[in-house]
Ligand binder design. Structure first.
Ligand code: SD4
Length: 336
């Protein structure tokens, strides 16, 4: 038995034993399978998969991933395929091509991926490649490293057939020109200026993986890197437990290692919803005021249960399940 199957079977047996101990019966709404544990006791396994969730209201991206999962694609490739929809959509001003530039007028992208075996890859400060989540997968698979920056990441991309692209579009260049008039570095709250995509997928086998991709904060300092490409901050997966992804002011997510925290809280028994709420509360309790910035989290556990929570109202999570794509308005710490 390879490590992956060993862990999967171990976690399934663990879930079954815990459920038996609490008298909870695991009823699946989707996939129900009988398993046998080491003492030959039948265990009903709940997978409720496939499931795809993502940050903000990215209907098409989430549906793309969900349909790919339905067709049998593995969780990592489905997440990368889903987020590519936003990377390639020039209307999205904080992801991929068309993303807002830094203060010098250069668009630079960050991304990370993590698979169900605990492997991960990331790229930061990439200036000429649109599909940076796919590039993060190349770092994961084709190098002995986890993260590559700037020119090194781009060299790797060209070696693997990626094409150079102009990421600054006429409309992002015009918005930048307008911004230069005041050069005001404003805090960002919601989708109108802030729409990184973090996506978590559970495939038909119940394996979980994710991807996170962004151009970061609009008009950031040159070289600034946020949470999205930092494993544990913007994205974290532990296939025995679940996964989490973040969006919002990356500095706050990094300081509290938000996605790792959520997965660890789920490991301790919290639901995805409770874990997201506690991770937001960690940030809130460290500040006198959180009026000025947004942070939002999404999470999924091994049973396919999901949760989301944020600081300011206005954040929504997309969820694809049983071939249905739904927008889930997320509860927030601040009520207005
Ligand atoms: C960052 N977390 O670079 C990203 C920004 C973001 O929606 O989420 N925008 O800090």
């Amino acid at each position: 038995m390879n490590r992956r199957n060993f862990l999967r079977n171990a976690s399934i047996s663990g879930a079954g034993i815990a459920a038996a101990a609490t008298g909870i019966s695991c009823n699946s709404t989707n996939t129900k399978e009988k398993e046998t544990n080491s003492t030959s006791m039948p265990i009903t396994r709940t997978l409720n998969a496939p499931v795809a969730i993502c940050t903000w209201g990215f209907t098409d991206a989430n549906e793309t991933a969900g349909k790919a999962l339905d067709a049998g694609m593995n969780a990592l490739d489905a997440a990368i395929k889903g987020v590519a929809v936003e990377e390639e959509d020039i209307r999205n001003t904080t992801v991929g091509k068309g993303g807002a530039p830094d203060r010098n007028g250069t668009v630079s992208l960050d991304a990370s991926v993590m698979d169900s075996n605990g492997n991960c890859g990331a790229v930061v400060c990439v200036e000429n490649i649109t599909n940076v989540a796919a590039l993060a997968k190349v770092v994961m698979l084709e190098t002995p490293h986890v993260m590559l920056a700037g020119e090194g990441a781009e060299e790797l991309a060209y070696k693997h057939g990626f094409k150079a692209d102009e990421l600054l579009t006429p409309s992002s260049a015009a918005a930048y020109k307008e911004w230069l008039k005041t050069s005001e570095y404003k805090p960002l709250i919601n989708i109108e200026n802030h729409d990184t995509i973090g996506m978590l997928c559970m495939d038909k086998d119940g394996d979980i993986a994710g991807a996170c991709t962004t151009s970061g904060l609009s008009y950031k300092m040159k070289g600034r890197v946020g949470d999205s490409p930092i494993i544990g901050a913007g994205l974290f997966i532990d296939n025995e437990v679940g996964g989490a992804a973040g969006t919002g002011l990356g500095e706050e997510i990094i300081k509290t290692v938000g996605s790792f925290l959520i997965v660890e809280l789920m490991r301790q028994g919290k639901t995805p919803q409770e874990a997201c709420e506690e991770a937001i509360n960690r940030i809130v309790t460290k500040h006198n005021s959180v009026e000025d910035f947004q942070v939002a989290y999404i999470a999924i556990n091994k049973k396919g249960e999901t949760g989301s929570y944020c600081i300011h109202p206005g954040f929504a999570m997309m969820e694809y399940r049983n071939s249905k794509n739904s927008r889930i308005e997320t509860k927030s710490h601040l009520k207005t």
